[in-house]
Design a protein. Structure first.
Length: 300
């Protein structure tokens, strides 16, 4: 692996270079003390991996990544930061950062993450080679089975390990209800209205709507909390687990997941108390189901 280090702290750059060299995991082909000064050499040399600090003057890590992508850099980014908050982590994931190294720099953490990154890159290259080989063998177009809204929701809930939970049927009913509306919605209606609409559609009498709405909310909260625990467990065991990397920053408040991971890694018996954001979960789920459903309609 060929690495490039971007950090305004020379001590951090030297430490990372020493870990990479002594660990015999690759070659550091360049370094820069700012985001701006890194743009040209990275675009020219195209290293496999860029280790980049989050907090830097002029261009921070996220802004530098955006500029490098515009310049055509296709490699992997690893973010270096002593700041962990849900906004930063979420934005970093959106920009393509898949791994984090925390400051103060720890040799074992750096070696573990860089080895996982190298393995992931090799795996992607292997899969690409297989895909290209198969493309040369046959030109038969795949036959796509169109899934219903319910089947798409079930697939996502299954990934989170909550398909059999008591609130999973409520979640399916809500997404189906939203799809039944004539106009595609960008924002969900108020949760209370959504609960009442689903309860009414299921045949609950008007006099029991308020009671059923509260029951729906409790079931949803319990089910989403179980999903958060499941995702946190995946991350605590393997930070690079694909389900963790995908669902943790999109569906939940990442700081809550992160706190639970720390709680688990410290071996505490009781779960941490986590805040459940029902509206965010349903909003992201609805948009993802809508995207997958529309994508299938265009396939032949």
């Amino acid at each position: 692996m060929r690495y490039f280090i971007v950090d305004d702290d020379p001590a951090s750059r030297n430490m990372l270079k020493k870990i990479i060299t002594e660990g015999d995991i690759g070659l550091v082909i360049g370094e820069a003390n700012s985001g701006i000064s890194s743009l040209s050499p990275i675009a020219t040399m195209q290293p496999d991996v860029v280790l980049i600090d989050f907090l830097m003057p002029e261009l921070d890590g996220i802004e530098t990544i955006e500029q490098l992508r515009k310049k055509g850099y296709q490699g992997q980014f690893i973010m270096i930061s002593q700041i962990i908050n849900k906004e930063m982590v979420g934005e970093a994931y959106e920009k393509g950062v898949e791994f984090f190294i925390h400051k103060p720099i720890n040799r074992i953490e750096v070696l573990t993450i860089l080895r996982k990154t190298a393995e992931q890159i090799r795996l992607k290259d292997s899969l690409l080679a297989i895909k290209e080989s198969l493309a040369n063998i046959t030109s038969i177009k795949p036959i796509y089975k169109k899934q219903s809204v319910k089947e798409i929701v079930h697939s996502i809930l299954s990934d989170m390990g909550i398909l059999g939970e008591v609130g999973s049927d409520d979640i399916v009913a809500m997404i189906e209800f939203l799809f039944d509306q004539k106009d595609s919605m960008i924002q969900l209606p108020p949760l209370k209205e959504l609960y009442e609409a689903v309860a009414t559609k299921s045949g609950i009498p008007f006099t029991h709507l308020q009671k059923e709405s509260k029951a729906i909310e409790q079931r949803l909260r319990r089910t989403i909390l179980n999903a958060m625990n499941n995702i946190a467990s995946l991350g605590a065991i393997d930070y690079t687990n694909p389900d963790f990397e995908y669902y943790a920053p999109r569906y939940f408040d990442f700081q809550e997941i992160r706190s639970q991971m720390i709680h688990m890694q410290e071996g505490r018996k009781n779960f941490a108390k986590m805040k459940v954001n029902i509206k965010k979960f349903l909003q992201v789920l609805y948009m993802e189901v809508q995207e997958k459903y529309n994508e299938m309609q265009t396939k032949r």
